[in-house]
Design a protein around this ligand. Structure first.
Ligand SMILES: O=P(O)(O)OC[C@H]1O[C@@H](O)[C@H](O)[C@@H](O)[C@@H]1O
Length: 320
């Protein structure tokens, strides 16, 4: 069996996982997927990877009621979550969708570092780490769920020579988008990491936005001034450039009075903190139509040799 050149990712040279209507081809493809360490569950009646106009591979998942999501292999980035015909995630208008840069938008991954100024002296990596720069492998995909994995590459070892296996599961259900990020330390020494889902939410306008949650009375690091402050608002509104780290807050809901919608972040495990970011006034980034309410493990976490860390985050949308 010969791979059709059109199934080969021109950027990485790796083969996309295409299924066939013919069972004979399906059997051959199942064998091929399994020979690459994948799962024959990846066989469906439609192509399991699609390409955007610029050649980047993604999968599209749907739930029985038609809720849908798109997940790119580049950075395992979830770029879309639609339910009831409404889009809740935002890809920035200046984002590169051709693989020349990590995707700025959706649920962008920051791992194994959040930022250079996060006090994580054990790490000396680029801002937001390398996971978003890498092509993740598709381990399995069914109609409503994809499992992607990332293992050390020469590129990652050049920055962070640790033995790890990262697994990211994304599932769309009738009532939610569910993500689980699991990191296994497969080495013989402990390692330290930080992690974040740098989540970009679509909003009709910043003036229609408020962010509810357990913010009031909590201390936060205002990265614009470097000061630690105490939040005195019941809900966050944005009227200036904002980059705030709320430690111990992990229940933000993005409320959009223009859309008449609210989307709640349910950080069930691992994600202990929240970062609110908006580059207010930056038209090129499209500041008026998104806010980042990020699920973060801000303080460096030690993952013991042979141990693991897991973050579980769901999104639930509702009318207001
Ligand atoms: O453009 P990126 O890499 O997706 O990052 C978006 C922003 O993420 C924020 O967390 C950083 O504080 C900003 O400096 C950065 O611009």
């Amino acid at each position: 069996w010969v791979l059709n050149p059109s199934t080969i990712n021109p950027r990485t040279g790796s083969a996309a996982l295409y299924a066939s209507k013919s069972s004979q081809k399906a059997i051959k493809r199942a064998a091929w997927i399994e020979s690459r360490g994948g799962s024959a569950a990846a066989i469906t009646d439609k192509p399991v990877t699609l390409k955007n106009d610029e050649g980047l591979a993604f999968v599209e998942l749907t739930s029985p009621n038609g809720s849908s999501t798109q997940v790119y292999t580049l950075g395992a980035c979830v770029t879309s979550y639609k339910t009831d015909g409404v889009e809740y995630l935002k890809v920035r208008p200046d984002a590169k969708m051709d693989g020349s840069k990590p995707i700025s938008g959706g649920l962008a991954f920051c791992w194994p570092q959040f930022g250079p100024d996060s006090g994580n002296e054990g790490l000396n990596l680029q801002q937001h780490g390398f996971a978003r720069n890498e092509d993740w492998q598709i381990e399995s995909v069914t109609g409503d769920e994809v499992v992607m994995t990332l293992s050390p590459t020469d590129y990652s070892k050049g920055m962070w020579d640790k033995e790890f296996k990262a697994t990211y599961t994304v599932k769309v259900t009738d009532g939610s988008l569910d993500t689980v990020f699991n990191v296994k330390n497969e080495g013989s020494e402990d390692f330290v990491h930080q992690a974040a889902l740098h989540s970009y939410f679509d909003i009709s306008s910043i003036k229609n936005l408020s962010i509810e949650g357990s913010f009031k009375g909590k201390e936060y690091l205002d990265k614009m001034t470097g000061e630690t402050k105490t939040e005195d608002r019941d809900a966050i509104t944005i009227g200036e450039e904002t980059d705030s780290v709320y430690m111990g807050v992990n229940d933000p809901s993005v409320v959009d009075s223009g859309k008449g919608k609210k989307i709640s972040v349910v950080d069930a495990k691992g994600w202990t903190d929240c970062v609110i970011w908006n580059p207010f006034g930056n038209e090129g980034m499209g500041y008026d139509n998104f806010v980042c309410a990020e699920s973060v493990a801000f303080n460096p976490v030690t993952v013991p040799a042979g141990g693991e860390w897991e973050g579980s985050m769901s999104l639930k949308a509702e009318n207001i």
